[in-house]
Design a protein around this ligand. Structure first.
Ligand code: 5AD
Ligand code: SF4
Length: 467
């Protein structure tokens, strides 16, 4: 195999590419063949997989849910922490065996991992049975890559040059809720984070095509849309004519989709105007995912987060005061290099004060190429695990307490499907993003119904439909 062809990074002035090829004309090259797609990581990857599905189905492939039935296996990978990376390499071992039994199997690896040069080199050297390697910036190349591969040309492409794509076709997983990308990449360069390297610098879409996409989704009957970006609050700052996220939110809200959500927020870019808009429009959901990362101002500084413990607490308070029954969840990293017991106690203190509705907690994982990976990691794994456990106990008891506040209340729930645990129930989410398993007939799927909450656990609620 050839080594990848890597283009130089274009830091600013991302091109807007109208994405019309590949999708207007159905290619029958792979008619009758099956593909299996496995997605790792965040919502951005899940949404990218909807684009990947549209591309390969347009080539004639049909989706299967067992890799053994597939002629094409695509792994859409994540690089955020070492364990995500390890999972993919573990899975590759299984694919190697499968390819021995089925030599025509095509294996493609995309997503965030190949955006790291060292990882791509590792795949190419140690896993030569992988046929196609593509990065987050080359999804639109996938149809060409597959067609060329069929002609027995060996190709791997990944680039670190990010553009903005319009007219992208998605094969959306749901007919009820949809993701809408409002921006690509991130400019924050938190010292632990690989994202600015795997997804490139921040590139916002223009307001007009975003609003057009939302209008189209509304016409198709979607009940909920989630505006997607690594740091949505910084939306529009990079446009030639800057637009604020507050303006985008207001414009989206007036289109009238019943539920609007957004992820992910960065406290530094969250303005009072944004809070006011969220509070003002009933169809902007009172749910905010606001990563804290650490409750110690000293560690926050080392992380390059640009806010202190006090800044976070005052923003949090403002949200609670202004947005009726808002639910706030967070992300926290423990065991960042040099985190002392005292720093950790400061995180515990913030978690006690805020009583988050939920929190995703992680042990710091050094990512090659990030500044934090060069910092001396001076905390033992045992200590990190004990901090994580202590934090999780508090986080889970807060979640339970918050969920118990819903007992006997009647809340609106958007029903998304049949409950996985009990086929006699349906499941959906409250406006505050609480998962509810509901006793109701399946004809409520896709509707917002009133539900009386009958039981509360740490991670879900139970309820019955109120007619
Ligand atoms: N180590 C541990 N957790 C990380 N995250 C991002 N990078 C790392 C890392 N190197 C966490 C952050 C972020 C979430 C998506 O993943 O908490 O908000
Ligand atoms: Fe990573 Fe920080 Fe950007 Fe979030 S804001 S994607 S943590 S660099």
């Amino acid at each position: 195999m050839n080594l990848p062809n890597m283009k130089a990074a274009k830091v600013r002035g991302a091109e807007v590419v109208q994405y019309l090829e590949n999708i207007n004309k159905k290619e029958s090259a792979f008619e009758g063949k099956n593909y299996f797609l496995r997605t790792y990581g965040c919502q951005m990857n899940v949404h990218d997989s909807e684009e990947i599905s549209a591309i390969v189905e347009n080539l004639g492939y049909q989706k299967v849910d067992k890799m053994e039935m597939a002629d094409l296996v695509i792994l859409n990978t994540c690089a955020i922490r070492e364990n995500a990376h390890d999972k993919v390499f573990g899975y590759l071992g299984r694919l190697k065996h499968l390819k021995k039994e089925k030599p025509d199997l095509v294996i493609a690896i995309g997503g965030c991992m190949p955006q790291q040069e060292s990882v791509t080199n590792e795949i190419l050297k140690k896993h030569p049975y992988v046929d196609i390697v593509f990065g987050t910036h080359n999804i639109h190349d996938l149809s060409r890559l597959l067609l060329e591969h069929q002609k027995k040309q060996e190709i791997e492409v990944y680039s670190i040059e990010g553009n903005v794509y319009e007219n992208v076709l998605y094969k959306r997983d749901s007919k009820i809720t949809a993701w809408v990308n409002i921006m690509y990449g991130c400019d924050k360069f938190c010292t632990y984070c690989i994202v600015p390297f795997t997804r490139g610098r921040q590139r916002s879409r223009e307001l007009t095509p975003i609003l057009a996409e939302v209008r189209e989704l509304k016409e198709q009957g979607y009940q909920e849309i989630t505006l997607l970006g690594q740091n949505v609050n910084a939306y529009g700052k990079d446009l030639a004519n800057p637009v604020s996220f507050a303006t985008l939110l207001r414009e989206v809200a007036t289109i009238g989709v019943p539920r609007i959500r957004f992820v992910t927020s960065h406290p530094w870019d969250f303005t009072d105007e944004m809070i006011d808009i969220i509070a003002k429009y009933d169809n902007i959901m009172p749910y905010i995912h606001l990563p804290l990362q650490s409750g110690s101002s000293r560690i926050l500084k080392l992380m390059g987060r640009r806010y202190t413990k006090e800044d976070y607490l005052s923003l949090f308070q403002k949200m609670k005061e202004k947005i009726k029954h808002v639910a706030i969840t967070t992300d926290i990293i423990v065991g960042f290099p040099n985190e002392t017991r005292e720093d950790f106690e400061s995180t515990i203190d913030v978690v006690r004060t805020c009583e988050f509705d939920g929190a995703y907690t992680f042990i710091f994982s050094p990512r090659e190429g990030t500044p934090a990976s060069l910092m001396k990691d001076n905390i033992s794994l045992e200590e990190k695990e004990s901090r994580l456990q202590q934090l999780n106990e508090l986080v889970n008891s807060n979640s339970l307490k918050k969920n118990q506040e819903y007992l006997d209340k009647i809340v609106s729930v958007l029903i998304e499907g049949i409950s996985e645990k009990d086929s006699k129930k349906v499941y959906g989410y409250t406006d505050t993003m609480k998962l509810v398993n509901v006793i109701a007939l399946p004809d409520v799927i896709g509707k917002i119904i009133q539900v009386k909450i009958t039981d509360a656990k740490s991670f879900s609620l139970d309820g019955e439909q109120v007619l």
